[in-house]
Design a protein around this ligand. Structure first.
Ligand code: NOJ
Length: 606
């Protein structure tokens, strides 16, 4: 989810006691008084359908709740061409000019390939119960085709990672596919446009079960197939960068769903009895809330938004077929466009029963929410795309905090709504939250990430409320452990609990304040009471200022080294001078000055 559909419109929304309408539901003061009374009487209510957005719930999670953090192979490993690894579509895509912010690549990223032990110490510091990572397919099968060659060194790397995690009592949750398809499969077959991916992926998964399944008990087939399909094959913002509008995403998704089901069956028939693990899928979904809850069209549009997002994958997996609303909308538009068949592919009845029920647990990746209103495609019948198929517009409330990524607004209550939606739509499945977190977009280094503390506090609290609502959430994965390569955004957006200094060859990690805060949530298994939680926040922020100083000193040293290098390099451009010298120097100086000021103020207070 490096970027989001550019189709949303930023508009002001009127808010009334947390409920908003584009037009007031009835235009007189009696109505407003009535609304106020309703809002006040809802304050004590614990019904998620009521919009009691502001309240905080103090309490603990069920015993055994699993706390984790995550990352993925291409985003963190680096070592893109080492020890026999084959090329992935992301290696090739990121090396093309103009695809990634500042033309960055994941070539070395966090160098996690070389830092297993260091990273596990960070996890131990937070006392994580699980770590979610992905296996790079081309690292263990360089061409993607198992019969060609299996790379022993790749297997060895993941063996060591898994062993070290287990030695440290951290459960591995392993994703088989987090977007890094072997390039050969893209070139030969067109990647996920081609049905042959189903068998190749199944061979790869089967190899992973064989090699690692004695120790790995939680498998995720695909991470966020929505993004793979839409950004990889519809908008082309992600690898492989294809723009097959109106058809590419649907076709890719169709094959991904079949591949998921096949791998689940492979595990079920060949490995489950012996290994006793679980196989799920990780779906991402923003929540869609109707702009005007009294307008049936908006209600339907919001439902469509969620069905075209999460439901696109979840409905076949839980119920055997695409959501009816997708079949209706894409089908109708295809007819209007003069096509003989729907652009949304069709499952045969055999396929439907093969796919239905192939999920031992559902992974949910969730970051944000949108307001949704009905909007017909203004470009008319000829336009042909996943986005226009939905007949809706996405809106945001300008008061929602948006500290980092352009698409990521902090709307905690949307999380509880999404979790409840999953419960009611799919028969209360076992859920692991596989991604949730927030980024920062700053040139300057800032380890005192109070906004992230706020985000985690509120989102985790909404998850706790959802569990009280009866949603079956078993674990939570903070996204992400480290700052890392953020797809088309390069390194410009930092999601990590730990800051990574990418300009330093050793890629040192520094804890942000949120590490301390998350650690407290984990050790208390929730939120004990207001005073304590407030104390955690204060202490976390106090502690981070010393890490800030450490980092500033380190950065000063590396900036000095860079200045010398650049001054001696005749090819240095002005732009480089600005990003490599001026910005870091200004940042470092400001951090040092704030540290001195802070110390001065603290002394005066004592
Ligand atoms: C979802 C993707 O799975 C993950 O790789 C990415 O870092 C986050 N979105 C944030 O954009």
């Amino acid at each position: 989810m490096g970027s989001h559909p550019s189709s949303y419109i930023r508009e002001d929304l009127i808010s009334l006691c947390g409920r908003r309408t584009m037009q007031p539901c009835c235009g007189n003061s009696v109505c407003h008084v009535l609304m106020l009374v309703l809002c006040l009487s809802a304050a004590e209510d614990f019904d998620w359908t009521k919009n009691n957005h502001g309240s905080f719930y103090y309490g603990t999670f069920p015993t055994g709740f699993s706390w984790g953090a995550g990352g993925s192979a291409y985003q963190t490993e680096g070592a893109w061409d080492k020890d026999g690894k084959g090329l992935s579509i992301w290696d090739v895509f990121s090396h093309k000019k103009g695809k990634i912010q500042l033309n960055d690549t994941g070539d070395s990223s966090c160098e996690s390939y070389y830092k297993i032990k260091d990273d596990i110490s960070l996890m131990k510091e937070i006392r994580l119960n699980h770590y979610r990572f992905s296996i790079s397919w081309p690292r263990i099968i360089p061409t993607g085709v198992k019969s060609d060659h299996v790379n022993g060194k790749g297997i060895q790397f993941y063996d060591e990672l898994i062993d070290h995690l287990l030695e440290n009592h951290i459960t591995p949750i392993v994703t088989l596919y987090h977007w890094d398809l072997p390039q050969v499969l893209q070139e030969k077959y067109g990647g996920w446009q081609n049905i042959s991916m189903v068998n190749h992926f199944n061979d790869f998964a089967n190899l992973c079960f064989e090699k690692f399944g004695d120790r790995v008990k939680h498998w995720i087939t695909f991470n966020n197939p929505w993004s793979m399909a839409v950004e990889g094959y519809e908008t082309g913002e992600h690898a492989p960068g294809l723009k097959l509008r109106g058809t590419g995403a649907y076709r890719a998704a169709h094959h991904i769903i079949k591949a998921h089901a096949k791998v689940w069956h492979t595990y079920d028939t060949q490995w489950r009895a012996k290994q006793k693990g679980l196989v799920g899928i990780s779906l991402s979904g923003d929540w869609g809330e109707p702009v005007d809850i009294s307008n049936q069209k908006d209600i339907e549009a919001a439902e469509r938004y969620v069905q075209f997002y999460l439901g696109w994958f979840a409905t076949p997996i839980f119920h055997g077929d695409y959501p009816q609303v997708m079949k209706d909308f894409v089908g109708r538009k295809s007819v209007q466009q003069g096509l003989g068949t729907s652009r949304l592919p069709v499952f045969s009845s055999q396929e439907k029963s093969y796919i239905k029920g192939t999920c031992d647990f559902l992974g949910i990746g969730h970051f944000t929410t949108r307001y949704i209103t009905q909007r017909n495609d203004p470009t008319g019948r000829s336009s042909n795309s996943y986005f226009t198929d939905r007949d809706l517009a996405e809106l945001v409330d300008p008061r929602w905090p948006d500290p980092g990524s352009e698409w990521l607004y902090s709307v905690p209550w949307g999380f509880r709504r999404l979790l409840n939606f999953v419960k009611t739509q799919y028969g209360n499945p076992m859920i692991y939250v596989t991604e949730n977190g927030v980024s920062e977009k700053m040139m300057c280094t800032e380890l005192c990430d109070e906004w992230r503390i706020q985000y985690y506090k509120d989102y985790i609290n909404e998850m706790l409320k959802a569990i009280r609502d009866g949603v079956n959430v078993k674990g939570y994965t903070a996204w992400s452990l480290l700052d890392k390569f953020e797809w088309d955004e390069g390194y410009s957006e930092r999601f990590g609990l730990y800051y990574v200094d990418f300009r330093n060859k050793n890629k040192p990690r520094y804890p942000k304040a949120s590490v301390q805060f998350y650690k407290r949530i984990i050790s208390s298994n929730g939120f004990p009471n207001q005073r304590e939680v407030e104390n955690w926040r204060r202490k976390a922020v106090e502690m981070c200022s010393s890490s800030n100083q450490l980092l500033a000193a380190e950065e000063q040293r590396s900036t000095a080294a860079n200045i010398l290098r650049l001054i001696h390099d005749p090819l240095t451009s002005h732009m480089e001078m600005v990003t490599e010298i001026v910005v870091p120097t200004v940042c470092t100086l400001s951090i040092l000055i704030s540290a001195v000021l802070l110390m001065f103020l603290l002394r005066r207070r004592n």
